[in-house]
Design a protein around this ligand. Structure first.
Ligand code: CP3
Length: 346
């Protein structure tokens, strides 16, 4: 496929020379945008929204059009592939995802089916649609959840502050839990390969809950399945980004996963990240999203501080440490994008 006109993001992922730091934002298409809320209203509910290729393409390209970000992540969700594996869930207003048949026993794991990529054909169509609509202006990012994070939702049945059911299951049935992680990894390899074949320029693995594990448990339960995915995704120039939220305590372990880019939250200093990576991989992050609720001058200062921590070398993609929130100001988000573009010129 034709390479994107603006390929700063891909060059930074591969630590090739860049004229300025590329920026995109996790959850960049979301409820904080009035245009998103309009599309969401047409779809009715979130699942109808991400399964509707036309609407999902429109949502995916909004941040490029309205904010000028350097990459488009497809509008979808980490739970998307789980339906094909036999999980039934819905998204409830104000509650988030709720599973109707959560995993309760090791036997339930035996009943799971491998992902059939035909069941997620719409994700491939969304990737193609974004590439067409944007005329290859910027790279398109595909994604999946990390096996641990998905397993946590499948067992807990809903979002949670501590994922106590999921972790208790992991401690009581470590072998069954690992079998679940392995089944998920195999399906996610197929899922990411399918996204790359459909035209994704890069893929990100979201391990939003991996940081809730102790370092020992992270090494035992989350990291191996991420390594397996990274090793088996077939790609040529397409980088893999590995995001584990809350990784400060075991960043040294995270960076053995084999990813091209490590995405980190704000609880670790970016200069420490740079020192530890030592030119071997790129980094993505790591502004505290809450900064976007502050005055513009604070946003500018905090963004510049992150840029300075990395310095002028290539290998940094500016992002938040976690996603944008529904009540954030579009004006402030746009301001951040502009500041990073201006202040990072080489
Ligand atoms: O980054 C992007 O813009 C791409 C799209 C994207 C969404 N979810 C859209 C979404 C991505 C990459 C995700 C990933 C995702 N989904 C994660 C990992 C990243 C993270 O934030 O930690 C997780 C844990 C989920 C599961 C999930 N999806 C939850 C817990 C919720 C509810 C959150 C809430 O605030 O209500 C969702 C729903 C969801 N996913 C929304 C969006 C835009 C809101 C849906 C709506 O319009 O109501």
């Amino acid at each position: 496929m034709e390479k994107p006109k603006n390929d700063l993001f891909l060059r930074a992922c591969h630590r090739e020379p860049i004229e300025r730091t590329p920026i995109w934002l996790m959850r960049q298409a979301g409820r904080y945008m009035p245009e998103y809320r309009e599309l969401r209203k047409i779809a009715g509910n979130f699942i109808n929204f991400y399964k509707n290729v036309d609407l999902a393409v429109k949502a995916s390209v909004l941040p490029r059009k309205l904010l000028g970000v350097d990459a488009s992540i497809i509008f979808s969700d980490i739970l998307t592939p789980l339906e094909s594996m036999g999980m039934n869930f819905e998204f409830r207003e104000g509650e988030g995802p709720v599973f109707l048949n959560p995993i309760r026993t090791p036997d339930d794991i035996q009943k799971l089916k491998p992902l059939n990529t035909q069941d997620v054909y719409y994700v491939g169509e969304i990737i193609k649609g974004v590439n067409q609509t944007l005329h290859r202006e910027v790279p398109t990012i595909g994604f999946c959840g990390a096996p641990f994070t998905l397993a946590a939702y499948m067992i807990e049945g809903r979002t949670s502050k501590d994922f106590k059911k999921a972790k208790a299951f992991m401690y009581n049935h470590p072998d069954a839990f690992k079998e679940l992680l392995d089944k998920l990894a195999d399906s996610l390899i197929d899922y990411l390969n399918f996204q790359i074949e459909s035209g994704a320029d890069a893929v990100q693995i979201f391990d939003s809950w991996g940081g809730y594990l102790s370092p020992d448990d992270y090494r035992e339960f989350s990291l191996p399945s991420i390594k397996k995915i990274i090793k088996n995704v077939k790609r040529d120039y397409q980088p893999i980004i590995h995001f584990t939220k809350g990784v400060a305590g075991f960043f040294d372990d995270m960076i053995t996963s084999g990813a091209d880019v490590y995405s980190v939250d704000w609880m670790i200093d970016l200069s420490v990240v740079k020192e530890k990576l030592n030119g071997r991989s790129a980094a993505q992050g790591n502004l505290d999203p809450i900064v976007l609720y502050a005055e513009k001058e604070v946003i500018r200062k905090k963004a510049i501080s992150i840029l300075n921590k990395w310095g002028k070398d290539t290998g940094h993609i500016f992002n938040l440490g976690h996603g944008l929130m529904p009540d954030m100001s579009v004006e402030n988000v746009k301001y951040l994008v502009d500041v990073v573009k201006e202040e990072s010129r080489r």
